[in-house]
Design a binder for this molecule. Structure first.
Ligand code: ATP
Length: 382
């Protein structure tokens, strides 16, 4: 199998909704997924990720909207009529079968010949690095190896789309990181479209071509991983994907008629950035006079200077409240005005960090590293 990442759409959800009684679990989701893509549905518990996967698989029926695969409406097709594979956190391997027979199960059910089964299963076990374990009972392999058996079992039938619902969440952190890399490599080698569900933003960022960030039954943003982090389009996305500092304010006009942004806490004013970065996504938000806005400043973009530090960035005086050490970096909490700001600093032994608690500092950021986004609807109303 060769990588087949192209621009053609393999799966399209069009305004799909799903309600349970009066509760709207999925509220009009539209997504176009390209053939060969690694797409992640990312969001907090209960936001509707698994319900979407279950509707794609055919275990759940949308109340309205359509699901098309390879151009054909599959909304009414039964699960086994869809060219879809599934991997869940709860692996449901057959405990009485060995590794080979677990992987061969689907092919046997489809009546595939013995020699072809042997070739395909061994090729797949080679791909997931388990060829030497073919005859081992699945009860006598490790958790990570069992996860790879589940993956091989789903891939061996060559589905058009593989759905993965939090498949790594039961594993310890180190194994999880290792399997993330392996999963991505296997996806690239097979060229099969993966739709992966997780609530772990680091996992989503490290593996995905594109991420659909979900909140309360809606997709708030569907964009390439790098863009999701660097150009969040909503407050929710800015907060959920990575850590950030959000400053709330409004677009106003100063005495000279220039458009300015006025923020409340700490109080400051800045010009509306005119020269937007060249790598900005296609549709930068438009802001109307009086509109409530949020400024997102990532902790790694907050500079910490001595109290009298100079520079051409936005600057505030503050005081170190606490710091936490995480190996390569230090994250400070700095009190400025009536709020706390997170600031990350690179740690070098013998350098000036960590600054002591209580130290007076100036914090600031460069305007080309911050993002202006519309304030969330609740704030717009106030
Ligand atoms: P998690 O990460 O916790 O698995 P999720 O984002 O996958 O969450 P879903 O499992 O899709 O969320 O559930 C979305 C909402 O729909 C939740 O509030 C859940 O309780 C509700 N829900 C899901 N299935 C049913 C059902 N069969 N009957 C009633 N409510 C349901």
């Amino acid at each position: 199998m060769a990588p087949t990442k192209t621009d053609d759409t393999i799966l399209e959800l069009n305004n799909v909704t799903r309600t349970f009684g009066a509760f709207k679990a999925v509220r009009g989701v539209s997504l176009k997924i390209r053939r060969g893509e690694f797409v992640t549905l990312l969001g907090p518990s209960g936001c509707g990720k698994s319900t979407i996967l279950r509707m794609i698989a055919g275990f759940e029926t949308p109340n309205s909207g359509t699901i098309r695969m390879n151009g054909a409406d599959i909304s009414k097709k039964r699960p086994f009529e869809r060219a879809v594979g599934l991997v869940f956190q709860n692996l449901a391997l057959f405990p009485h079968l060995n590794v080979f027979d677990n992987v061969a199960f689907g092919l046997r059910a489809h009546g595939v010949g013995k020699a072809e089964i042997s070739d395909k299963v061994m090729a797949m076990l080679g791909l997931v690095d388990l060829a030497d374990f073919a005859h081992r009972p699945v009860g006598r392999i490790s958790g990570g190896q069992r996860q790879r058996v589940a993956l091989a079992r789903s891939l061996v039938t060559e589905p058009d789309v593989l759905l993965l619902d939090e498949p790594l969440s039961a594993l310890d952190l180190k194994l999880r990181r290792q399997l993330q890399t392996e999963l991505k490599t296997i996806q690239q080698k097979t060229g099969i479209t993966f739709i992966f569900v997780t609530h772990d933003q680091e996992e989503a960022l490290s593996m995905s071509d594109r991420i659909a960030v979900m909140n309360a039954g809606l997709v708030e943003q569907f964009s390439p991983a790098v863009e999701t982090y660097h150009f969040p389009q909503t407050e929710f996305v800015a907060r959920f994907v990575g850590e950030t500092n959000l400053f709330h304010g409004r677009l106003a006009t100063d005495d000279g008629g220039k458009r300015v942004l006025r923020f409340d806490d700490p109080p400051f004013e800045m010009a509306l950035p005119e020269n937007l970065p060249e790598d900005l996504p296609e549709d930068p938000p438009e802001f109307a006079p009086g509109q409530a806005v949020a400024l997102s400043v990532r902790p790694e973009h907050v500079r910490i200077e001595a109290a009298d530090g100079a520079g051409d960035c936005v600057r505030h005086t503050g005081q170190v409240v606490s710091h936490s050490f995480s190996g390569a970096s230090l994250t400070y909490t700095i009190r400025t005005g009536g709020r706390d700001v997170l600031a990350q600093a690179v740690f070098r032994p013998g350098g000036r960090h960590p600054l002591p608690v209580g130290e007076a500092v100036t914090i600031g950021w460069d305007m080309d590293q911050v993002r202006l986004i519309p304030a969330s609807p609740q704030r717009q109303e106030h």
